[in-house]
Design a protein around this ligand. Sequence first.
Ligand code: PLP
Length: 394
Amino acid sequence: TKKLSARVSTLTPSTTLAITAKAKEMKESGIDVIGLGAGEPDYNTPENILTAAYNSMKEGKTKYTPSGGLPTLKDAVINKLKRDQDLTYSRKEVMIGIGAKHILYTLFQAILDPGDEVIVPSPYWVSYPEQIKLAGGVPVIVEATAESHFKVTAEQIRNAVTPKTKAVIINSPGNPTGMIYNREELSKIADVCQEADLWIVSDEIYEKLIYGEKRHVSIAQLSKDAKKRTFIINGVSKSHSMTGWRIGYIAGDEEVVGAMTNLASHSTSNPTTTSQYAALEAYNGPQEAVEEMRKDFESRLERIYPQLSAIPGFHVIKPQGAFYLLPEVSEAVKNTGYDNVDDFAEALLTEAKVAVIPGSGFGSPDTIRLSYATSIDLIEEAIKRIRKFVEDNW
Ligand code: PLP
């Protein structure tokens, strides 16, 4: 008999985690590797949040909570959505989950039947296609290139719609693109979703990491209809440097959120209680740390963007948000004698001792992704190494 189910046999492991693991292994064996693969802020969680978590444990708040999360935390999320997006939700329209990742997983389980299609703009976050497939769905990739600033148009989405299309994913600010969809672009996409009666899955996890003049707009803010068909997905991982706490949320259609909560009641019971109390403080407590981290990311970006752009054969669009750079490197790959970006990235790791993520995992095979969620000194050293590697092999 077969050992593994068909479901897990087709899974491709996360490239991000694989490279990060290999870099870590090299580091542990004494090799001086600089990892630019990480998808998490490098700051510790703010002190007030740590204290709140500790106090909650001391007070005995260490038991199960309702499956969909603490009512007080739901209220904190509701207040946050009111404060930041001027959107009104009830407790029944909100669920707290184990990070945005598991929220998305549960959402696809709740809305997809076998064969249902979900439109995924590429370059995409690695987990979307796999999660869709795990729910029996079919990811339909709509490609955005450097020319279109890594953003798809409403027209492209319209052309990809079939009778089986159930949902569209919007991730703004985007991973790995760092791009932001403006109000007008979102509005056109919302119109297509209304015409075709589609769900909108709006992953807003990088909401608080936006640079320059840009402002975050949620597609749910654009009209009554858009709000009804949008699921806002967000969490504390990137905004409050809380990746390990594993708290995310969804806000949207009551019936779907109810079904997701039901599913959680039989699979996870509830997100870790201590983490929920930490997230409660994250949303209700002072927000200065969020802005400080944003500013720090921005100053890193300002320093390194010109340095990365100066590497021969690297074409870089300046990101507007998140903490990734996505240079288009096909010219550098060709001129250094490599067949493809995967081999080039492998050589960067083994020879230049810099870990970056090849874009193939994001549906963007001509790019590499560098995270600047590490100290400025290390990033600058890493860019020097990459530059030397490219120039020496040119
Ligand atoms: N969505 C995107 C686009 C991400 O980049 C990430 C994390 O890397 C997540 C969701 C998941 O975040 P969380 O830690 O809340 O699961």
